[in-house]
Design a protein around this ligand. Structure first.
Ligand code: ZN
Ligand code: ZN
Length: 369
């Protein structure tokens, strides 16, 4: 882990330049990034201008750059600025924010949903991460791979004191995602939760929040090469699925024959989904998070009889909302949610995506802006 010392606002926060540095997708559909000067925008009514100091780089940014997600309504625009794990300082308030709790100099984050409508069914349920009219940062709106970005004062995430900006950035996406999933599984202290993909980018944070944050007993499942990071992050038990003939039997053995209270499926693997319900005890919940690529495959072991007689639940969870983000950053501040990361420069972004494509990134890369 690389330490950063940039928790204080830049000295020149009030001097807002006419243009600033941004990394743009100059040829969406291919791995290509251009670092250019763009006009620094004026915050509109209810908006704040954020002087970003850090941005995490997420695999979803890669997918947006490559136009890999057919579910998005239109191809990524040429010249779009990507990024959705931004941390920085409020540099200017737009009109109408005289009585807003957000002030110039506050440290805030911009996450996957940069703005939401507050009126659709998802928003009314407090599930603003899947707002029907939400603006995905770095796809609909210029994202966080730049020095200045806009966000609604009511929707930027306050970053707690005592948490490093670079460490906070990945929490805004990966951390929020696993915390929201653990909430849907309703995991409480002393309960067993299985984390599938325990050593991955999401999984190791889930191990930390579940064990150190919630006091749960974590059974991590992953490739043996990921054991160290899973255990170090908080997995009490670890199952190497490549060396274990009957993973479900192993989960039963570890849970006194009863099964786990919850399972988080963080891997994008249909095989993992096929096993997940078989790990559950009576009344347990399996939460779907990783999205398998290719053909749509039903969850193999989700037969009605199995669900009925054990009263199991299977649900999905997409990123997380504003409350999830605030709670996740509090876990991070207290050291329960931690992520491995290294820092890089904005100019290195193309190489970071190349490393991502080649599977060479451990944990996260955080850009210093
Ligand atoms: Zn992300
Ligand atoms: Zn909405």
């Amino acid at each position: 882990m690389t330490a950063s010392t940039s928790n204080a606002p830049p000295a020149n926060l009030a001097d807002i330049p006419k243009t600033h540095k941004a990394a743009v997708y100059d040829k969406p559909g291919s791995l290509s990034i251009k670092v250019v000067d763009v006009d620094t925008p004026e915050p509109g009514a209810g908006e704040v201008l954020v002087r970003l100091t850090h941005s995490g780089v997420c695999h979803s940014d890669y997918s947006v750059m490559m136009n890999a997600w057919k579910a998005l309504p239109f191809p990524t625009q040429e010249g779009q600025v990507g990024g959705h794990e931004g941390v920085g300082f409020v540099a200017k308030l737009g009109p109408g924010l005289e009585s807003s709790p957000v002030k110039v100099g506050d440290r805030v984050g911009i996450k996957w949903m940069s703005a939401v409508c507050n009126a659709c069914p998802a928003c009314l349920h407090g599930r603003d991460a899947v707002c029907a009219n939400g603006k995905i940062s770095g796809y609909y709106t210029p994202g966080t791979f730049q020095q200045y970005a806009l966000g609604p004062a009511s929707y930027v995430t306050p970053i707690p004191d005592g948490l490093d900006s670079a460490a906070a950035a990945p929490m805004l996406c990966a951390g929020v995602t696993v915390h929201a999933a653990l909430k849907k599984a309703e995991i409480k202290g002393g309960q067993y939760v299985v984390v599938m993909g325990a050593g991955g980018g999401l999984g190791h944070i889930a191990c930390g929040i579940a064990s150190k944050g919630l006091g749960a007993r974590v059974i991590g499942i992953d490739h043996g090469s990921k054991k160290a990071v899973a255990v170090e992050s908080g997995a009490e038990f670890f199952i190497d699925f490549t060396q274990t003939k009957d993973v479900a039997a192993e989960v039963m053995k570890l849970t006194d024959g009863l099964g786990a209270h919850g399972v988080l499926v963080l891997t994008a693997s249909n095989a993992a989904y096929g096993q997940a319900p078989t790990f559950l005890r009576f009344g347990g919940t399996a939460v779907c998070v990783g999205i398998p690529e290719g053909d749509l495959v039903p969850i193999a072991s989700a037969s009605p009889a199995a669900l009925i007689f054990k009263e199991l639940k299977i649900c999905g969870s997409a990123v997380g909302g504003r409350l999830d983000a605030i709670e996740t950053l509090d876990f991070a501040r207290r050291g329960a949610a931690k992520t491995h990361y290294r820092t890089a420069k904005l100019e290195d972004l193309a190489q970071v995506f190349q490393d991502m494509e080649d599977g060479k990134i451990e944990g996260r890369v955080v850009l210093e802006l």
